[in-house]
Design a protein around this ligand. Structure first.
Ligand code: NAP
Length: 251
């Protein structure tokens, strides 16, 4: 299988896109380190059981991506248990909509802490071992919102634009160490976040109709592109951001 012998760490992996990616990477041969907030312990245990059913190893740790202390401890434990992290998927994210003119500082900071600083902190914790091995794959889950900017999601879009920029700059800073860094920009994916964001069946129907493929995304739609970026199939691709949106956005 494509990812045999590799270990992947996925953040925000208890549900939604992160859970699908974790299971999808396992189905393609990787052992998986799943991480999510402590409050998601029950869902994380379910994902762990599903991964173990594939025959792959699964290590499960509570991790808040805004806490450097947590990150350093979990990366150390996961590295020792698994033998090393070859693939990092920065997936954890939050979206609480609000108009920019009304947004409070607390919400702005919370979005940047999780969606932007979280990418920085987890990446920096994993990079030293990738550099030492002269190999690594990093996949950041950004958003088409980060390319386009969407009303009521200005703060979120700014964090995702940051994730796209971090992807480009990391790629140039670590390419000489055999590490690639790419991003996926999902469109509207029907997870808790996606459904809350749309709010109504009318909105789901509207955006399904706008999409070239006439449907919205399922978390499983993100697996193939992640496996591609995580594998040697993409060995000459770095610093890129790929829209995975069913043809809802084209730039
Ligand atoms: P989701 O269903 O809300 O899952 C996100 C997971 O991240 C949740 O388990 C959440 O835990 C966790 N999380 C939140 N804050 C965290 C933190 N500080 N540390 C670690 N984990 C944390 O969302 P999703 O739709 O799967 O989204 C996954 C990623 O895709 C996000 O980065 C999102 O921005 C991106 N994305 C999603 C869509 C979409 O339409 N769904 C579109 C474009 C991009 P809690 O629920 O307990 O907070």
């Amino acid at each position: 299988m494509t990812l045999s012998g590799k270990t992947a760490l996925v953040t925000g992996a208890s549900r939604g896109i992160g859970a699908a990616i974790a299971l999808g990477l396992a189905e393609n041969g990787a052992d998986i380190v799943i991480t999510d907030l402590e409050r998601q312990a029950e869902d994380s245990a379910g994902v762990q059981a599903a991964i173990e059913k594939t025959g792959r190893k699964c290590y499960n740790y509570a991790l808040d991506v805004t806490s450097k202390t947590d990150i350093d401890a979990v990366v150390a434990k996961a590295t020792e248990a698994s033998g090393g992290i070859d693939i990092l998927v920065n997936n954890a994210g939050i979206l609480v909509p609000g108009l920019l003119s009304e947004i409070d500082e607390k919400s702005w900071d919370a979005h940047f802490d999780v969606n932007a600083k979280g990418v920085l902190l987890v990446t920096n914790a994993v990079l030293p071992q990738m550099r030492a091995r002269k190999a690594g794959r990093i996949v950041n889950i950004a958003s088409i919102a980060g390319r386009q900017g969407v009303p009521t999601q200005g703060h979120y879009a700014a964090t995702k634009a940051t994730a796209i920029t971090l992807t480009r700059v990391y790629a140039q800073e670590v390419g000489m160490d055999g590490i690639t860094v790419n991003a996926i920009c999902p469109g509207i994916i029907l997870t808790e976040m996606g459904k809350n964001n749309l709010g109504s069946q009318e909105a789901i129907d509207h955006w399904s109709d706008v999409a070239a493929l006439k449907r919205l995304g399922d978390p499983k739609d993100i697996i193939g592109p992640t496996v591609f970026f995580a594998s040697d199939q993409s060995q000459f691709v770095t610093g890129q951001s790929l829209n995975v949106c069913g043809g809802i956005y084209f730039h």
